[in-house]
Design a protein around this ligand. Structure first.
Ligand SMILES: Nc1ncnc2c1ncn2[C@@H]1O[C@H](COP(=O)(O)OP(=O)(O)O)[C@@H](O)[C@H]1O
Ligand SMILES: [Mg+2]
Length: 254
């Protein structure tokens, strides 16, 4: 089946050559990884859910005028996107203290931050994606000051949109990671949102119970990862009633 050219295989996705120049097919795998690939498992159905959730988010952002690489979903696991030159940064937005921020600054998990904080990590698996400052980014030329400005402005809009979208369905957006790329149109270049936004790349807590509905279920061996991702999709109205959850076996119909 996969006769097309594979451009890149990452931890959670595969990129194939797209049907037209300048496009790619982004394929969502079921692989779950954490701690820079030290922990790995296959979670049946995760790729399907992330494809749908990411489609939902990117479509809304496109409609709001936040430029993204997303063109359309093509099947259960794949979407057509514009090929971009990825800016080698993981842009992290934090609204509530969790994860490495707690370790680094001695904060208690769940502490509301005085304001949203944007952090940058240099995207380099061999180095474990180290935290870097704007100074490093511009000094080493990973992005120029104008690009960094665009990235920050888009990031703030994305955080506002996502926080509201999740709050409306009883989910607290604790933090998330995004990636940007350079998209050329003729000799004009634009910074656009690329990669994915899914429970793999966000921390999502149920507002009433505090339950984790994201990849921390895998990192912390809490179980119920697929059920949590399904619940996120269901609340966003992505999985409609007629659609059976992906991993369910036969069920007795009364
Ligand atoms: N539109 C795009 N054009 C080119 N590369 C992209 C695009 N969107 C995402 N990517 C890159 O494709 C890869 C997606 O696969 P993933 O499994 O997330 O890889 P990784 O293990 O590097 O995180 C990432 O490296 C990401 O930066
Ligand atoms: Mg990735």
């Amino acid at each position: 089946m996969n006769r097309r050219r594979r451009i890149y295989e990452g931890k959670a996705k595969i990129l194939y050559e797209g049907p037209e120049p300048g496009t790619l097919i982004q394929h969502f795998k079921d692989d779950a990884t954490a701690f820079n690939n030290k922990k790995h498992d296959i979670i049946d159905g995760k790729g399907v859910l992330n494809n749908r959730i990411s489609e939902f988010v990117f479509e809304h952002l496109n409609r709001l005028g936040v430029p993204t690489h997303f063109i359309r979903r093509v099947n259960m696991r794949e979407q057509l996107v514009r090929e971009v030159e990825i800016v080698p940064l993981e842009v992290i937005v934090r609204n509530v203290a969790a994860g490495s921020l707690c370790t680094r600054l001695g904060l208690e998990e769940g502490t509301q931050l005085p304001r949203s904080i944007i952090e940058f990590c240099y995207k380099k698996d061999e180095l474990g994606d180290p935290l870097v400052a704007e100074e490093h980014i511009t000094a080493f030329g990973w992005a120029n000051p104008q690009e960094l400005d665009d990235i920050m402005a888009l990031t703030i809009r994305i955080n506002d949109f996502l926080s509201g979208m999740f709050a409306a369905v009883g989910i607290r957006l604790v933090d998330f990671k995004i990636e940007f790329g350079r998209l050329w149109e003729g000799d004009m270049m634009r910074i656009v949102l690329a990669d994915e936004i899914s429970p793999d790349s966000c921390r999502l807590w149920d507002m009433s119970t505090g339950d984790k509905m994201d990849k921390d279920r895998f990192r912390k061996d809490l179980g119920g990862m697929i059920e949590a991702y399904q619940e996120v999709a269901r609340r966003l109205g992505i999985l409609n009633e007629s659609e059976r959850p992906v991993t369910d076996g036969p069920r007795l119909v009364k």
